[in-house]
Design a protein. Structure first.
Length: 219
C-alpha cells in the first residue's frame, strides 16, 4: 500500500507564532496511527492541516487524491459547542448528506443514521437533544456521525477523553472496523497503554525547545 498522506517540511503557525516546523513523513493507506505528544505540541493544528482546515505556513501536504469529502475529522470534544438545540438523529443525518452512498436524502440516509446510532449503542436515542447527553454519549454520537460520513481518511482528535472505559472499548471496536475496512485512521491519544495495545503506528510530536521544533517519528 502506498502513502495516503505525505508531509514535506511542513510549518504550521497560529497568527505569527510557529507551532511546528520541518515536519516530514508519510502515512500509509489503510494504516492505523496514534498521534501523540504533549499538550500544546500542535496535534490538533496538524490534524486540521491534514484535513485542509488550517493553512500551511511552509512546506506541503500531499493527500494523494483523497478529497475533503473523503476526509472525516472528529474534533476534540472540548472544542465543540453543544448548546445548539439539535437531536442525535440530526447530528448524524446531516453528516450523511455530504458523501457518496448517502448523498440522496430519504430513507437510505435515515436507515444509515439508525444503523450508526445502533452500532455505538444509542439505539432508541434518535430524538434525544444533544444537550441531554453525557460526555460519553455525545462522543458516541460523534462516532456515529463519522460512521455515516463513510470517509477514506478518518482523523480523530482525543476521541476517548472524558469517556468511560466501557464506552472506550466500544468506540475502539468501531476504530478497528474502520481499519479492517481499509480506511486510514489517525487518532490523537494520551493513554500510552491504549496506544501500545491498539495502534500499530505512532507519530510523535516532540517540542524540543517549547513549541518551536517538532519531529515526526514512525514507530
Ligand atoms: N486559535 C488559536 N490561536 C492562537 N494560538 C493557538 C490557537 N489554537 C492553538 N493555539 C496554540 O498552538 C499551539 C498548538 O495547539 P494545538 O494544536 O491545540 O496543540 P495540541 O492539540 O497538541 O494540544 C499551542 O501553543 C496553542 O496555544
Ligand atoms: Mg489538541
Amino acid at each position: 500500500m502506498g502513502a495516503v498522506i505525505t508531509l514535506e517540511d511542513v510549518e504550521l503557525r497560529h497568527g505569527g507564532r510557529v507551532i511546528l516546523s520541518g515536519l516530514s513523513g508519510t502515512v500509509d493507506t489503510g494504516s492505523l496511527t496514534a498521534l501523540i505528544g504533549p499538550n500544546g505540541s500542535g496535534k490538533t493544528t496538524l490534524l486540521r492541516a491534514i484535513a485542509g482546515l488550517h493553512p500551511l505556513a511552509g512546506g506541503r501536504i500531499d493527500r494523494h487524491g483523497v478529497s475533503s469529502a473523503d476526509t472525516a475529522l472528529l474534533a476534540q470534544g472540548s472544542h465543540l459547542d453543544r448548546s445548539f438545540p439539535i437531536t442525535c438523529r440530526d447530528v448524524v443525518a446531516l453528516a450523511a448528506t455530504r458523501v457518496g452512498a448517502f448523498r440522496s436524502i430519504g430513507r437510505g440516509r435515515m436507515a444509515a443514521t439508525s444503523a450508526a446510532l445502533d452500532r455505538v449503542g444509542l439505539a432508541g436515542m434518535e430524538s434525544r437533544p444533544i444537550q441531554a447527553l453525557s460526555a460519553g454519549q455525545f462522543q458516541r454520537v460523534l462516532f456515529a456521525r463519522t460512521i455515516v460520513q463513510d470517509a477514506k481518511l478518518i482523523l480523530l482528535d482525543e476521541p476517548f477523553t472524558a469517556v468511560d472505559t466501557a464506552t472506550t472499548q466500544l468506540l475502539l471496536s468501531v476504530v478497528h472496523d474502520w481499519h479492517a475496512q481499509g480506511r486510514t485512521v489517525i487518532a490523537v491519544l494520551h493513554d500510552m497503554d491504549l496506544v501500545r495495545e491498539h495502534f500499530p503506528h505512532t507519530m510523535m510530536l516532540t517540542g524540543q525547545t517549547a513549541q518551536w521544533d517538532a519531529g515526526l517519528q514512525a514507530a
